[in-house]
Design a protein around this ligand. Structure first.
Ligand SMILES: NC(=O)c1ccc[n+]([C@@H]2O[C@H](COP(=O)([O-])OP(=O)(O)OC[C@H]3O[C@@H](n4cnc5c(N)ncnc54)[C@H](O)[C@@H]3O)[C@@H](O)[C@H]2O)c1
Length: 338
């Protein structure tokens, strides 16, 4: 079978994971070329057999040999890259968030829909085998009616300030994964959002108008509720937990740690710290999401994570940001209908 030829833009933390996964573990596709490559990344491309480079993204999408693109550039370039890929009818896998502006997201998705290409957003946690079990329990109503979803999502360390500057802040860059997960598990749209947050650590984060610690309460249209707590610095490692409480019981996922060993002595119980970061914790999910994307292209079905999912998660994140600024509950409709 002919292998799909994928072009990539943005070879940073996440782009490198996608290149490795396609090259080593996905039989039906290859990374054919990369655009706007920093010379320091050439050895990485060589290592995975990516031979072709393009001066800019338009050159890449103009290449008739390219079937689809992975957009893993910094967030502020996503909409420009989506526009170009839609123009040349290349299927798109785009990292989250689609963009920081709701208007821009609506504009580029309109182009995507008109061009008839496939479009998937990188909400990889939906493909995590553990979180997936929680979703399956909710769908099967094994815990009855979902009443409360509790998500804890804490990074081991904040990203560099340069990254924070263009990231859109904690809600649009980090918590957006959790907003998508809560919405995915509950299976209903979010009605209202209330957030609280502040900076406890590096004041440079505050200078960028961002925070490092937040709590968000979501109320869904079907009456379910979710609480999400985020921190950019957990000194015991990456901390990712979910608990779903319902009328017939509860289920969840504890934090994954480096190993399961523990010991106890007179000072108490001791066990391993959490995994290093998202690259380790969600390793499998990144591979499964790309396998899914390639499968959607080869077998012509719609991706599990659509443009609408990208819009709804962004709307919740923008509502959380507004809630923090205004100190009040914000309706998601205020963001969507603005
Ligand atoms: N799904 C996830 O778990 C996940 C994790 C991390 C990042 N992300 C998302 O992926 C995107 C990239 O994040 P990252 O952490 O890899 O960032 P990064 O800063 O590590 O890498 C970005 C790369 O893009 C390159 N670049 C800069 N300007 C460019 C341009 N104009 N055109 C092409 N390339 C350019 C940089 O040289 C760098 O190699 C962001 O949108 C982020 O939100 C998603």
């Amino acid at each position: 079978m002919k292998k799909l030829k994928i072009g990539i833009v943005g070879i940073g933390r996440i782009g490198k994971i996608h290149i490795k996964n396609i090259s080593e573990n996905i039989n039906d596709a290859i990374i054919y070329g990369a655009a706007k490559v920093n010379v320091k990344n050439l050895p990485y491309l060589n290592k995975f057999g990516v031979k072709k480079t393009y001066n800019n993204f338009e050159e890449l999408v103009k290449d008739p040999l390219i079937d689809a693109v992975i957009i893993s550039s910094p967030t502020n370039f996503h909409s420009e890259h989506i526009k170009l890929a839609s123009k040349y009818k290349k299927h798109i896998f785009c990292e989250k968030p689609i963009d920081l502006s709701m208007d821009k997201v609506k504009e580029v998705l309109d182009l995507v829909y008109k061009s008839g290409i496939k479009f998937m957003v990188g909400f990889n946690r939906r493909f995590d085998p553990n979180f997936n079990k929680v979703k399956k329990f909710s769908v099967a109503k094994k815990i009855g009616t979902t009443q409360i979803v509790k998500i804890t999502s804490r990074d081991p360390n904040p990203p560099p300030i340069e990254y924070i500057k263009g990231s859109g802040g904690i809600f649009l860059d980090m918590a957006i994964h959790d907003f998508d997960m809560a919405r995915y598990i509950v299976g209903s749209e979010v009605y209202s959002v209330f957030s609280s947050g502040k900076v406890f650590g590096d004041k440079k984060i505050e200078e960028q108008g961002d925070i490092d610690t937040a709590i968000t309460i979501l109320t869904f249209q079907n009456g379910s509720m979710a609480t999400i707590d985020n921190s950019r610095k957990a000194n015991y490692g990456y901390d990712q937990r979910i608990e779903v409480f319902g009328s017939k019981g509860m289920n969840g996922i504890n934090n994954k740690v480096i190993d399961e060993h523990f010991y106890a002595d007179s000072s108490g119980f001791h066990s391993s710290i959490g995994l290093d970061f998202f690259m380790d914790r969600y390793e499998k999910s990144y591979l499964i999401e790309l396998k899914h994307f390639i499968d959607c292209l080869t077998n012509d079905h719609e991706p599990l994570v659509t443009g609408k999912d990208g819009i709804m998660a962004l709307a919740i994140a923008l509502a959380a940001k507004k809630s923090l600024e205004k100190g009040r509950v914000v309706l998601v409709s205020e963001i969507l209908n603005n």
